[in-house]
Design a protein around this ligand. Structure first.
Ligand SMILES: [Zn+2]
Length: 210
């Protein structure tokens, strides 16, 4: 493939496979980049649930991937020195493009995935009954319910626990709680956030403390 062809193809940007990329640009990169062999199709949340003891593994991967980012950047600098002549420009441009548009985003995607796994692992940890957590829970409970639910002038809204056309879920401003007279369910703002955003208790507490 010639440089002109590559540039033409770049216009309808379809990322090359790693092997294609390395084939086009033998000088491409000192690091071996394989697209996320360990994701196995898990979302970070599912991964955290499936592998509850994988925090150290993710931490190691993040360290290695950050080293890859540095290696790639160093390599680009080397290539800039190697292809410094004016006539080398197209070659250099393509090498830079390959690294900045393709290889680095791949690594960064991996880093993001591992960081999200760590995030969910930390959330799923049984919250230590620390004073800090108790404090966060109390603080979370004070976020006004009206932030998430629109109540009518009588302080009512459609129930979150059952389906209805006439609002029967009453807001009690003093407690910052709701109670439904249709199905007898109710709760505080943490319960409401759990239901509205499909979160677990500690996630909802963290969310409300943001
Ligand atoms: Zn209800």
């Amino acid at each position: 493939m010639t440089v002109a062809e590559i540039i033409a193809e770049r216009k309808s940007y379809v990322p090359p496979t790693v092997l294609e990329a390395l084939d086009w640009f033998p000088d491409a990169s000192p690091v071996t980049i394989l697209p996320s062999p360990d994701r196995h199709g898990y979302s970070p949340r599912a991964c955290a649930t499936q592998f509850p003891k994988s925090r150290g593994y993710h931490g190691d991967k993040i360290t290695l991937l950050n080293a890859d980012v540095r290696a790639v950047n160093d390599h680009v600098d080397d290539m800039k020195a190697k292809y410094s002549r004016q006539t080398d420009r197209p070659v250099l441009e393509n090498i830079v493009w390959l690294h900045e548009q393709f290889i680095l985003p791949l690594i960064e995607l991996d880093i993001k995935w591992h960081k999200e796994c760590v995030f969910f692992l930390d959330l799923h940890k049984k919250p230590a009954k620390t004073q800090q957590f108790d404090h966060d829970v109390q603080k979370a409970k004070t976020v006004p319910m009206g932030t998430f639910i629109e109540f009518n002038p009588a302080g009512k809204a459609n129930c979150l626990w059952h389906s209805e056309k006439t609002p029967s879920m009453q807001y009690y401003e003093k407690d910052n709680k709701v109670h439904c007279f249709g199905c007898n369910q109710g709760g505080d703002v943490i319960d409401v956030v759990c239901i509205l955003y499909d979160k677990e208790f500690s996630e909802a507490v963290a969310f409300l403390n943001k």
